[in-house]
Design a protein around this ligand. Structure first.
Ligand code: I3P
Length: 124
């Protein structure tokens, strides 16, 4: 339809490969399985893609997972993994994700950006 608004969420951060492990799904513990994912942070979600090309189109790119950040809790953890630079996202539906990058600057950049989104969306 000509003139139809095609809404694209604002991208806050993308372009990094992060190690991601979903360790619980709606409160149910999952087997830890680290996977390298192209991650995209929007104004309210964290999206994980297997292929870099797919992050280019937020709507049609095939996402592996979508993390709703409103009401989530984000914290660094040294107990949930033997890896360095690991932080945990707990969603308000009880799913837990571990995110990790070997580079501290990459990990802390994502941690700070996700914290900002969580703090902002939770205050609304
Ligand atoms: C897990 C795998 C993970 C490791 C996890 C192991 O074994 O080695 O990499 O997590 O440790 O259980 P498997 O592949 O047999 O499931 P980290 O790399 O984060 O330490 P964990 O059980 O202490 O979480």
């Amino acid at each position: 339809v000509a003139g139809a608004a095609t809404f694209e969420p604002l991208v806050e951060l993308k372009g990094d490969l992060l190690n991601v492990a979903k360790i619980s799904d709606s409160g149910k513990k999952q087997r830890k399985n680290w996977t390298l994912m192209w991650s995209v942070l929007t104004s309210d979600q964290l999206l994980f893609y297997k292929e870099r090309q797919q992050e280019a189109n937020l709507k049609t790119g095939s996402k592996t997972d979508v993390v709703q950040l409103c009401g989530a809790v984000v914290e660094w953890t040294t107990e949930k993994s033997s890896r360095k630079n690991v932080f945990q996202i707990t969603t308000n539906t009880g799913s837990d994700y571990l995110l990790q990058a070997d580079s501290y600057s990459t990990a802390s950049k994502w941690y700070a950006a996700i914290r900002k989104i969580v703090d902002f969306s939770t205050k609304l």
